[in-house]
Design a protein around this ligand. Structure first.
Ligand SMILES: [Zn+2]
Ligand SMILES: [Zn+2]
Length: 364
């Protein structure tokens, strides 16, 4: 086993502790990736706050990019030296969900507390979200990673492993938007901005961003929103209807965790429209809706995890669109931090000022 530095959660709601931990070498089907960058996602913050429970101590972090530095047997086309993005989508490849093209909801359980990480004294350490990427290295399944061009900067690439695929995938895969459809995106943060650019890429006619601040609505327009509506209005759906030419939306993409957004989402829908639930509220949070309206209007409420992506299919085309100037990545990063500054970076992310903070590692 190797000793690496990681940011460890020992108690929910307390700062992470940078310490030495042990990591096992890659086994069959696994690779070791030395990380260059890991972005901070709201899911990491929810886990660290205890919103979803889970085993402690734990290493969070799941939006990462780096280079393969060791490989076990049977890792397919991957080789030491390959630059890759590392995702949390650890799919078995053979359960009914995987076989049906939905690896994001793989049915095969995986006990992350029995993963490759251990504390310095050998006790179990949770590889949270099957990644544990707030660390210098990860050991993960080769099914979780995708090769990237060597020239693609790793801080930008790391965003492809969660925020970008979740937002763009929600528009393209989960909402299955067609050109000319009208879309409402609730929340213009790290995932919401990507849902907006996903809707633009899918050819949406009108894209209405709904958020709490004018500042974020302005940023939303840079990513492709055609209209912005303040969520703090008494009846924001009236402004949305006006923006959409007095009709409801074909799709509403809910990219935040706040329950009022879920309560309101059906009100933005037109006949036959679908609300896609992408944000991750805390366990136990409840929302309510009026079933007769959904029935009479032929509407739907659908959950979508990680944009329903198939990473091997979707990440390469997203990289091409970035290289063609059709998908924004650079503009998604609001700050770069070292691993030792991770608690400050998390606090900055909690302020909700949109976009992503990225931890960059100095591997030279
Ligand atoms: Zn995430
Ligand atoms: Zn599976």
């Amino acid at each position: 086993m190797q000793t690496i530095k990681a940011a460890v959660c020992h108690a929910f709601g307390k700062p992470l502790v940078i310490e030495d931990v042990l990591i096992e070498p890659p086994g069959t089907g696994e690779v070791e990736v030395t990380l260059d960058a890991v972005a901070i996602c709201h899911s990491d913050i929810s886990f660290a706050s205890g919103a979803w429970g889970g085993f402690l101590p734990a290493v969070y972090g799941h939006e990462a990019a780096g280079v393969i530095t060791a490989a076990g047997d049977a890792v397919g086309e991957f080789q030491v030296g390959d630059p890759v993005v590392v995702t949390l989508i650890r799919a078995c490849g053979s359960c009914p969900s995987c076989a049906g093209g939905k690896p994001t909801i793989c049915e095969t359980p995986f006990d992350t507390s029995k993963g490759p990480l251990h504390t310095a004294d050998g006790a179990p350490l949770d590889q949270a979200m099957a990644c544990g990427a707030f660390a210098e290295k990860v050991v993960v399944s080769h099914r979780q990673i995708v090769k990237i061009p060597p020239a693609l900067p790793k801080d930008l690439a790391s965003l492809l492993s969660c925020g970008v695929i979740t937002g763009v995938g929600a528009a393209v895969n989960a909402a299955n938007l067609r050109p000319g459809q009208d879309v409402v995106v609730i929340g213009a943060g790290g995932v919401g901005l990507n849902a907006i650019q996903g809707a633009r890429i899918a050819g949406a006619r009108r894209i209405v961003a709904v958020d709490m601040t004018e500042e974020k609505l302005e940023i939303a327009k840079e990513f492709g929103a055609t209209h912005g509506v303040l969520a703090s209005l008494k009846e924001p759906w009236k402004a949305v209807y006006k923006a959409l030419g007095n009709r409801g939306a074909d799709a509403v993409l809910i990219t935040v965790g706040a329950i009022p957004a879920y309560d309101q989402a059906p009100r933005y829908l037109g006949r036959g429209g679908k609300a896609i639930m992408i944000g991750m509220p805390h366990s136990g949070d409840m929302s309510s809706y009026e079933p007769v309206v959904l029935a009479a209007m032929g509407q739907g409420l659908v959950g979508s995890k990680m944009g329903d992506v198939v990473i091997q299919r979707d990440i390469p085309w997203m990289i091409d669109l970035y290289e063609q100037g059709r998908l924004k990545l650079d503009e998604l990063i609001s700050g770069r931090w070292s691993l030792s500054q991770i608690n400050e970076a998390i606090e900055d992310t909690k302020t909700g000022s949109a976009k992503r903070n990225v931890i960059v590692f100095d591997n030279d």
